[in-house]
Design a binder for this molecule. Structure first.
Ligand code: SIN
Ligand code: CO
Length: 373
């Protein structure tokens, strides 16, 4: 299913992106849910899928984590089932993320889906990331407050909430409506009836994540083995002193490691192309031979990218799930990065090159791309 988003992107980015929350009424016209509540409940019974149930009664909050064996204990009110990275496990839901590719792929994360009964929600809270919350079936009341330093507390060890806030947005969302919330704006959604919500989440690395990942890269590649040296060691008043120019040299040593453009690019490509949630990789059995890939594409079959697989490009380099893929066939690599579904035409004459076919076969045999049924 193709989803068409009614949105003037340049206007949205100028006025709202990372700035103000907004309700995009009827962002999707005649919205059709890509998943049913039963399918969602089934996914939350799987071991690999990250899910939680949040409920509340008389101001007391409960959280339990999947996989769930049954839902029989749940009443008709005040609970919500939330499932992470549904786009990894359920192909039709992945289509809901595509209209948001007006924003860069590397900033996009995953699709969280929630099913809530009347009164269900996770309570007032803040998120660190931008999110587009799409209303599916049912109606849900969403409130958003002004961004302000709010005290956070835990009504349950696994639930972070904020105190009640005044609303700058208070809206009953209907199917196809979209609520955009930048990081740090408090919000809460309470279902008015059984309802599905789809959260297209974004990611933004923190300085500490970047430093920690870069440090891992330095260790793996055995970079930075060069040691501090001071043939002109300056004299000082007290032997215990470390001089400002020594601190400067130490900082320069560290910056020197980061300021190697090729290494920096390679590290960031590997880092940012890794998914934060498990992928549903199912390598084909038996594996494909390169010439079979050629035949199947030539006969008109399409290759589909695995849901949640991150394929990102930095200049001429393409990174797939934490690894650079190498080929002189730039247009074919670009097609792999741009398109979710690919046919023979996307690859052009790269298909005549055995080394490209071998690379494509390796990607298919890893389960990263698969042939559409
Ligand atoms: C949801 O309940 O569907 C979204 C939760 C959130 O606000 O992050
Ligand atoms: Co939230």
């Amino acid at each position: 299913m193709d989803y068409h988003l009614m949105l003037n992107w340049p206007d949205f980015i100028e006025r709202y992106w990372q700035k103000r929350p907004v309700v995009l009424k009827r962002g999707f016209n005649n919205f059709v849910d890509p998943i049913t509540p039963d399918e969602l409940a089934g996914l939350a019974m799987e071991n690999e899928v990250d899910s939680r149930l949040v409920s509340h009664l008389d101001g007391k909050w409960q959280v339990s984590h999947g996989p769930f064996e049954s839902y029989d204990h749940l009443g008709e009110n005040n609970w919500s089932l939330l499932v992470q990275a549904v786009n990894h496990w359920h192909e039709p839901t992945a289509a809901l993320m595509r209209p948001f590719r007006a924003l860069p792929d590397w900033r996009m994360d995953d699709l969280m889906v929630s099913f809530s009964v009347p009164g269900g929600g996770v309570g007032p809270h803040l998120d660190q990331y931008d999110v587009f919350i799409i209303q599916g079936t049912g109606r849900r009341r969403w409130r958003v407050g002004e961004k302000a330093p709010l005290k956070q507390h835990c009504p349950h060890p696994d639930l972070l909430q904020v105190d009640p806030f005044d609303a700058i947005i208070d809206e009953e969302m209907e199917p196809g409506d979209i609520l955009y919330i930048p990081p740090g704006f408090p919000h809460e959604g309470y279902s008015l009836e059984n309802s599905l919500n789809y959260s297209v989440g974004f990611r933004a690395p923190s300085g500490k994540e970047l430093i920690s990942s870069f440090a891992d890269y330095v260790l793996q590649r055995e970079l930075g083995t060069h040691r501090y040296s001071d043939p002109d060691v300056p004299s000082r008043e007290h032997p215990a002193d470390i001089l400002p120019q020594e601190l400067d040299r130490l900082r320069d040593m560290m910056l020197g490691l980061i300021q190697q453009p090729e290494q920096f690019k390679q590290w960031f490509g590997e880092f940012v192309s890794q998914s934060r949630h498990e992928l549903d990789v199912a390598p084909p059995e038996p594996p494909y031979q390169p010439d079979e890939i050629y035949d199947v594409l030539r006969q008109g079959d399409k290759l589909v990218r695995l849901g949640g697989l991150r394929v990102l490009r930095i200049a001429d380099d393409v990174f797939v799930n934490g690894e650079k893929i190498d080929s002189p066939h730039r247009p074919a690599l670009e097609a792999l990065a741009s398109h979710i579904v690919l046919g023979e035409d996307h690859f052009g004459d790269a298909l005549e090159d055995p080394s490209f076919l071998a690379m494509l076969a390796a990607l298919v045999n890893s389960g990263y791309w698969f042939f559409e049924d």
